[in-house]
Design a protein around this ligand. Structure first.
Ligand SMILES: [Zn+2]
Ligand SMILES: [Zn+2]
Length: 263
């Protein structure tokens, strides 16, 4: 099978003065995560790092107003589509429940469908994702790239983020919220001054994944109860376009109903 060569691996869209969304358009939609760059007064933050098919930090440095400013890398959780380039950053933060997984990834770590457990493939189909082809990539990053050589490297955390901790960029202060259900140590970052929530895979406007290793509907229900109480105005999720509070509540209602029916 021959894949086309991608012109650019990453695509960046500026969301507001300090926030840029980065995606990997040539990854199958199922593993095409949102990576969020926030440029702060004192330091920048990258929330999640994609699949790690090609280096991310050099690309970020072309976007950043000051590439010499310190940048901290926060992993919302440790699925393959969120920690691929974590090893490129000097400061690496994650929830303690997923620190081991980030240091030594044990889950999916290949681009090939043949390496994905049947149960996982079925979970994605059940959730509503289109089937994947032979590989998770739909283009090569450059001529001569060999997808067989892809590795999910991971990297040990340099610090841990628990609920109640904060991430301070100087002019942006984020509260850490523990949002398990999709994964045991999933976290969201909430900026109370603006009501913006970076929710990662706890909630996005697409098929949520709640049954599989490390996942729990009971925990997910508690996470949703927590989200209802937060004065959220806008949600930037781990996948798919951003949405407002009304849409957040619609999504929560729909999944709670679904889980009631499945119980
Ligand atoms: Zn994801
Ligand atoms: Zn995930």
């Amino acid at each position: 099978m021959t894949l086309p060569i991608a012109g650019n691996w990453y695509r960046a869209t500026r969301i507001d003065a300090d926030t840029t969304l980065i995606i990997e358009p040539h990854i199958h939609v199922l593993e095409q995560a949102n990576l969020w760059l926030v440029e702060g007064r004192d330091r920048d933050m990258i929330l999640d790092t994609g699949m790690g098919v090609v280096p991310l930090k050099p690309f970020l440095d072309t976007l950043r107003r000051d590439p010499d400013k310190p940048i901290i890398c926060v992993s919302s959780h440790t699925h393959i589509d969120h920690i691929g380039a974590v090893h490129e950053f000097d400061t690496r933060l994650v929830h303690p429940l997923e620190a081991d997984e980030m240091a030594r990834p044990s889950g999916l770590h290949s681009l090939f469908k043949r390496d994905m457990p049947e149960r996982l493939l079925q979970t994605f189909l059940d959730a509503g994702y289109p089937p994947i082809g032979e590989m998770l990539i739909e283009a090569l990053p450059f001529a001569g790239y060999d997808p067989e050589n892809y590795r999910l490297r991971g990297a040990p955390a340099t610090g841990l983020l628990n609920e109640g901790d904060t991430v301070n960029l100087g002019n942006h202060l984020y509260e850490v919220w523990h949002l398990p259900g999709h994964s045991p140590g999933g976290i969201g970052l909430f900026e109370r001054a603006t009501g913006i929530l970076f929710a990662a895979d706890a909630i996005y406007d697409g098929p949520l994944i709640y049954s599989g290793p490390g996942m729990s509907v009971a925990a997910y229900r508690e996470t949703f109860a927590k989200l209802r109480t937060l004065p959220v105005t806008r949600v930037h999720g781990g996948h798919d376009p951003s949405f407002d509070r009304a849409r957040m509540l619609e999504i929560i209602d729909a999944y709670e109903k679904r889980w009631d029916a499945e119980a």
